[in-house]
Design a protein around this ligand. Structure first.
Ligand SMILES: [Zn+2]
Length: 311
């Protein structure tokens, strides 16, 4: 079965302002690299839709959605909830990014595709139910998980987040929820300051949050090692029916916003490891969503390795 690519040019229009690392050129850098590597011909292109307010309300409060939409349309340059710079195009881009995740889930959960890679921005993993922050407006990966559960009858979902920053928004949304397993490797101490080892979930969700805070300079041994030794074993018990990746590439060596040392080959092997979990438990279903990655050259190389390994 095929791997689909979801990449809508509307995601390029969101502009956080001059000099901002989460720049529109990130989208073009990824697409040019995939094209140059011959991957756009091999990946089946899937057209996204816009996530509606009802879709977004699967993971966000109606009051936060109204606030973010109102502020963006009023021309603000930063959400009042946190450090997310926006422009007049940001709401439309966020709806399309989230809708890209929905389209990918629809394709993979109906058997029209085996795996999907979504080139989306703004990123999502720092956005919690009632708060945009950290360059994120809506939480694309959380929405993907909930949409799969509520519209496609998927029970258990694994989210692997290898962005250099902790996916605090995703963790918050699923912290009390035992049906979504959230596993994050991230630099610590580092933005946003969460993701300690003892944050493991609460109530019914106790044990389904797994954090690996790692010091600056960590790379293959620490990140891949953590997933190979701890996550694989945990998945033998959890047995996910769908696997999602918060694919941040700011954990690559020489990223301006992180100090990890992962190489493109490491991203290939991380992708293969996630595929193995999906093959073992989830009928091979993998949906990957772009999160961070702020060196344009690094992002281009790492996403090429990732997409090649997904194919
Ligand atoms: Zn990041």
């Amino acid at each position: 079965m095929n791997t689909v690519l979801v990449a809508d040019p509307l995601c390029e229009t969101h502009n956080p302002g001059p000099g901002h690392p989460e720049q529109p050129q990130r989208f073009r850098a990824v697409m040019d690299a995939l094209e140059a590597a011959g991957l756009t011909a091999k990946l089946t292109r899937l057209e996204p839709r816009d996530a509606t307010l009802d879709d977004l309300a699967l993971v966000h409060t109606r009051s936060y959605l109204a606030l973010a939409q109102r502020e963006i349309h009023a021309g603000t340059d930063q959400l009042s909830t946190g450090d997310t710079q926006v422009d007049i195009h940001s709401w439309a881009a966020a709806q399309r990014a989230a809708g890209s995740a929905l389209a990918a889930i629809d394709a993979v959960c109906t058997g029209h595709a085996q795996r999907a890679f979504c080139v989306v921005r703004p990123p999502g993993h720092h956005a919690s139910a009632d708060r945009g922050m950290g360059f994120c407006i809506v939480n694309n990966i959380a929405l993907a998980a909930r949409h799969a559960q509520q519209r496609h009858g998927i029970g258990k979902v694994l989210i692997v987040d290898w962005d250099v920053h902790h996916g605090n928004g995703t963790q918050d949304i699923f912290y009390p929820d035992g049906s979504v397993f959230f596993c994050s490797t991230h630099q610590s101490p580092w933005y946003p300051g969460t993701g300690m080892k003892d944050e493991t979930g609460t109530g019914a969700g106790l044990g389904t949050t797994m954090n690996f805070p790692l010091p600056a300079g960590s790379g293959r041994a620490e990140v891949l090692g953590a997933l190979e030794t701890k996550l694989l074993a945990a998945m033998e018990k959890f047995r996910p029916e769908l696997v999602l990746i918060s694919a941040g590439f700011d954990s690559r060596h020489r990223d301006p916003l992180g100090q990890f040392t992962l190489t493109d080959e490491d991203f290939t092997d991380l992708t293969k490891l996630v595929r193995k979990i999906a093959d073992d438990h989830a009928e091979g279903r993998v949906v990957s969503l772009l999160e961070g990655g702020y060196s344009l050259r690094g992002l281009a190389a790492a996403t090429t390795a990732h997409a090649t390994a997904l194919l």
